[in-house]
Each structure stands twice: as C-alpha cells, then as structure tokens.
Design a protein around this ligand. Structure first.
Ligand code: IMP
Ligand code: MG
Length: 182
C-alpha cells in the first residue's frame, strides 16, 4: 500500500497563545480601520492557504466595508524554505481597478512571495497596495520588503498553527507553536 511521506515533526513550545493572537489581531483591525476609514472601503486579498485563519479573524475586526478574494502561490524549495521561484497557481478573480488593497499573509520569511504578489497586484491597477503579515522572521529576509503591519516578530524558527502548516498539518491549531524537524 502506498504511504504519504511525512517529515518527523515534534511540536515544541508555544510561541504565541490564543489570547495573545486575539488581542493583537484586534489591534491590527483597529489600525487598518483607522487607515482606510477615510476611503470608505477596502479589498482584502489573502494568500492561500496559510493566511486564511488570520484573515478571517482580521476581517471581523475591520469595521469598514470589506470585500475579499484569494490568491495562491507555490515556490520550489524544501518543505521549510523557498528559493525565490514563486509561481501563481490561483489568481484573484475580482477587479482591483481603482481599489485600495490590503494583501494579507501568514508569515514573511525570505520575502519572495510577498514582493512577487505586491508587483502582481500593482499590475491590476489598484489605487494602493498595503501589506499585513501575522508573523515576521526578519533575520531570513532575502528581498527588501517592509510590511505595513506586522502582528509579531519571531526568531528564525519554523512554526505551525493558526493557519501555518508543516506538510499541510497543524493549520487548525489555535496557537502558534515551534516545531523540530528530523
Ligand atoms: P517567503 O516567500 O520565504 O517569504 O515565504 C513565505 C511563505 O513560506 C509563507 O507564506 C509560508 O507559507 C511559508 N513559511 C515560511 N516560514 C514558515 C514557517 O515557519 N512555518 C510555516 N510556513 C512558513
Ligand atoms: Mg504561505
């Protein structure tokens, strides 16, 4: 019988509790609301799949009218790091012409994914593009990109939970936890 190959994963200490995340997401929602309130509305674009849990929580903390859509990318590399070859596997389907866009991702690591997506969205004629990431591993950056909002800065350790996965596992955990890979 065929078996699915899984890395040997050990969950380590909790880096961010459910409560810490909830409070920070509420703050981010208020800041985003304040920024875009004068413009009346916002288009939120989530990067599948990692940003989904964060994005739906954030959306409910933004109190101006929002529409949303998703984009999905992939990049060649190992299970835990990307090598800059970002490919689009699902594009945004709504028009961004003249819109104010907030691009939301789970984690900014090398920066390849977010910088690729900012350029991609800019080519669709929006009025502005801002970025919000839940987590930032700034020590791993390969591309010069600074998000407009960061939930938490974390050290260079691989994490899962609250949308983030390792081989598709653990996205459903309510907190963010470090993992050891063997
Ligand atoms: P970047 O292009 O290297 O910035 O990669 C960003 C993407 O890599 C994120 O959207 C995640 O999908 C993935 N990633 C980077 N670090 C982690 C991690 O610690 N846990 C889970 N996924 C990660
Ligand atoms: Mg991702």
């Amino acid at each position: 019988m065929a078996t699915i190959e899984q890395p040997n994963i050990t969950l380590e200490e909790i880096l961010l509790t459910e409560d810490q995340i909830r409070r920070r997401v509420a703050e981010l929602g208020e800041e985003v609301t304040r920024k875009f309130e004068p413009h009346g509305r916002l288009v939120v674009i989530g990067v599948l799949k990692g940003s989904v849990v964060f994005m739906v929580d954030l959306l409910r903390r933004i109190t101006i009218p929002c529409t949303f859509d998703f984009v999905h990318t992939t990049s060649y590399g190992t299970e835990t790091t990307s090598v800059g070859d970002v490919q689009l596997i699902k594009d945004i389907t709504m028009s961004l012409e003249g819109e104010r866009v907030l691009l939301v991702d789970d984690i900014l690591d090398t920066g390849y994914t977010l910088s690729y997506l900012v350029k991609h969205i800019q080519s669709k004629g929006p009025k502005s593009v801002h970025t919000c990431v839940l987590l930032d591993k700034s020590s791993r950056r390969q591309v010069d990109i600074a998000p407009d909002w960061i939930g938490f800065s974390i050290p260079d350790t691989f994490v899962v939970g609250y949308g983030l996965d390792c081989a598709e596992l653990y996205r459903d955990l309510p907190h963010v936890v470090g993992v050891r890979l063997e």
